[in-house]
Design a protein around this ligand. Structure first.
Ligand code: ATP
Length: 234
């Protein structure tokens, strides 16, 4: 079964149309599908639409075989699509442990097992378990946001700019973790670090001005003249 199938969606904020006839798919489990593009292209808007926070005015979206175009956000999480938003959206006044707990509301009975897997991947979350999320460093907060997303046991984990605002070395650690996660969970990665994101990607889409301007394997896009000239040179 195709995990995600987006077919010809238009999305607007009031009179401002942001996505135009956008289509994309995730066909393979445990893969990384990347959506790259410049500031303002509509990447976050596409993720918010997949999460049920915005409704397309045309087109269809299927997640794991179910049409979600008109479903509320909670039902989309229940289907297995979990979105870690840009800016992380942590509960700053809550501890690391409490934030992780909030992530597991769908599977409370499997909390211990999932928690053990998440802290094995991110040991810092166990070391800092009693610390308030708002006092973590930027890199640690990003690990917590991803860890909290994993606590919901997603089939598809959508990450919006996980390397955003991180120093290059920390961003690299996040990319390494994403690679590790993708052996087990399908990752939809939205990134402005075009080169690194395409290296990780099994399949990639370039969004420009609200339209899918190119698609292919990660290495195909890395070698495309358009991508090289617009995003990779200099
Ligand atoms: P970035 O990489 O800078 O986050 P993006 O590709 O994720 O950019 P979006 O955040 O989806 O782009 O924004 C696409 C366009 O939609 C932009 O022109 C933006 O100003 C506009 N936009 C985003 N959110 C809203 C909103 N709530 N109301 C009106 N316009 C919006």
């Amino acid at each position: 079964m195709t995990l995600l199938e987006v077919d010809g969606i238009d999305v607007s904020y009031g009179d401002l149309q942001v996505l135009w006839d956008a289509s994309m798919a995730i066909a393979e489990e445990d893969s990384v599908v990347t959506l790259v593009g410049p500031n303002g292209a509509g990447k976050t808007t596409l993720l918010r639409t997949l999460s049920g926070l915005l409704e397309p005015s045309a087109g269809t979206i299927e997640i794991l075989g179910s049409d979600i175009s008109t479903r509320p956000a909670e039902e989309i999480v229940d289907l297995g699509f979990v979105h870690v938003p840009e800016g992380r959206n942590l509960f700053d006044e809550m501890t690391v442990a409490e934030n992780l707990q909030m992530g597991s509301y769908r599977h409370r009975d499997e909390f211990e097992e999932t928690h053990a897997e998440v802290v094995e991947m991110f040991p810092v979350l166990e070391e800092r378990r009693e610390q308030k999320a708002g006092t973590l460093s930027g890199g640690e907060q990003q690990m917590l946001a991803i860890g909290r997303g994993l606590m919901a046991q997603p089939d598809i984990l959508a990450l919006d700019e996980p390397s955003g605002a991180l120093a290059p070395q920390l961003a690299e650690r996040v990319f390494e973790k994403i690679e590790e996660i993708s052996t087990d969970v399908t990752v939809l990665l939205v990134e402005q670090h075009v080169d690194r994101a395409l290296e990780l990607a099994d399949r990639a889409y370039l969004l420009e001005n609200g339209r899918i301007a190119a698609e292919g394997t990660g290495s195909e896009l890395l070698q495309s003249d358009h991508v090289v000239e617009a995003y990779l040179r200099g």
